[in-house]
Design a protein around this ligand. Structure first.
Ligand code: PAP
Length: 346
């Protein structure tokens, strides 16, 4: 989390959908209680102001998806880092053996192995930097590994195009655990300049989350949109659950590779390649790598802040039963009748 672009530095004039987002941003509902950055309510979601101003319009105007792109999508703190690592290791395994000592994931935070569309644009300092980012995206060789925290309804239409659209892999996590993870991350990753982050209480985070007033919230609407799209277009949108991945990492990695078009062969499985990737990307391994213990990602986020406990049910150490019941009810009411449910609410 770095300083936001200066006011008025990111005007994007184009006729694409959301082209006027930068002009109307100041008139949108504002939430300043989230300490890392101001949020604006836009198209039903609470997004970083810079995401509304810059990332959404620019992606709609310029992103050219390719059918062999893999777009990792998630609500923040749902297992994104892990999924990026697994997808990167699987896609690039012929060039980088997961057993090799010089594997890129041993030297780079997973976030530096992927292009994070909305986040990178939201962090860009000015229009020139944003243009450079878009040019870099265009110049990347295929297959590209991209990532986003944007809700499905805010992705450019082209991403869903039957001929040109790309594959999306979404990871979903229990809302209560995502909330706890977001609170820890907000306090740990925020730059020192954001003084309020240290005094930001769990109760404050809880209230914001319940109101959907957190980055990319409401979480349950984010999840529901991608789930519905995965039901509508299962060949293009894969829906994974963090809890299931923790339970059966190898099975889920094999499913992921098949979906991405790089299925593991029997020979590879026998040679232990699947196991080696799961091990390379395990929380234990990643957390203890020097590159993830110190320093920052290219966006200036402390590397270590992406790796904490990685368990199911940590919420019970932070929430009273009443808090859990309150959030469960909000989520249950919101997804009721959709056919979707979170495992912990089933
Ligand atoms: P992001 O949205 O900022 O990229 P994201 O990676 O989605 O964050 O979420 C971080 C969570 O994933 C952390 O959960 P926790 O706070 O409940 O512990 C982090 O520990 C967990 N995580 C990170 N890497 C892994 C991994 N390799 N395996 C399992 N969980 C992981």
């Amino acid at each position: 989390m770095e300083d936001a672009p200066q006011e008025g530095e990111a005007p994007v004039t184009t006729t694409a959908p959301h082209a006027n987002a930068a002009e109307i941003v100041a008139s949108l509902p504002l939430e300043t209680r989230y300490p890392a950055f101001p949020l604006r309510q836009y198209a039903g979601f609470w997004l970083a102001e810079t995401t509304v101003k810059a990332a959404v319009p620019l992606l709609h105007a310029r992103l050219q998806p390719r059918p062999d792109d893999v777009l990792i999508a998630s609500f923040p703190k749902s297992g994104t880092t892990w999924l990026i690592a697994l997808a990167f290791a699987a896609l690039n395994r012929s060039e980088h053996s997961p057993l090799a000592g010089d594997h890129p994931l041993r030297h780079c935070n997973p976030h530096d192995c992927v292009r994070f569309l909305d986040t990178e644009l939201a962090f860009a300092k000015n229009t020139a930097d944003m243009d450079t980012l878009m040019d870099e995206l265009e110049a990347l060789p295929s297959p590209r590994l991209l990532a986003t925290h944007l809700p499905h309804s805010l992705l450019p239409e082209r991403v869903m195009d039957e001929s040109f659209g790309c594959r999306i892999v979404y990871i979903c996590r229990d809302p209560k655990d995502a909330l706890v993870s977001l609170w820890h991350f907000t306090k740990k990753a925020a730059p020192a300049a954001v003084v309020d982050a240290q005094s930001f209480t769990f109760q404050e985070m809880f209230e914001l989350f319940c109101e959907g007033r957190c980055p990319n919230g409401p979480q349950w609407h984010h999840v529901l949109q991608y789930w519905q799209e995965s039901v509508r277009r299962p060949d293009k949108v894969m829906f994974l659950r963090y809890e299931e991945m923790l339970r059966e990492p190898e099975r889920n990695l094999k499913k992921l590779a098949k979906f991405m078009g790089c299925e593991f062969s029997d020979e590879e499985e026998e040679a232990g390649v699947v196991r080696a990737i799961v091990e390379l990307c395990s929380l234990e391994k990643m957390k203890n790598m020097e590159v993830n213990r110190s320093g920052s990602t290219k966006l200036g986020v402390k590397s270590e802040s992406y790796f904490r406990k990685g368990v199911v049910g940590d919420w019970s150490r932070h929430m009273t039963p009443e808090m859990a019941q309150k959030l469960d009810k909000i989520v249950r009411d919101a997804v009721d009748g959709s056919g979707f449910t979170f495992a912990s609410l089933a």
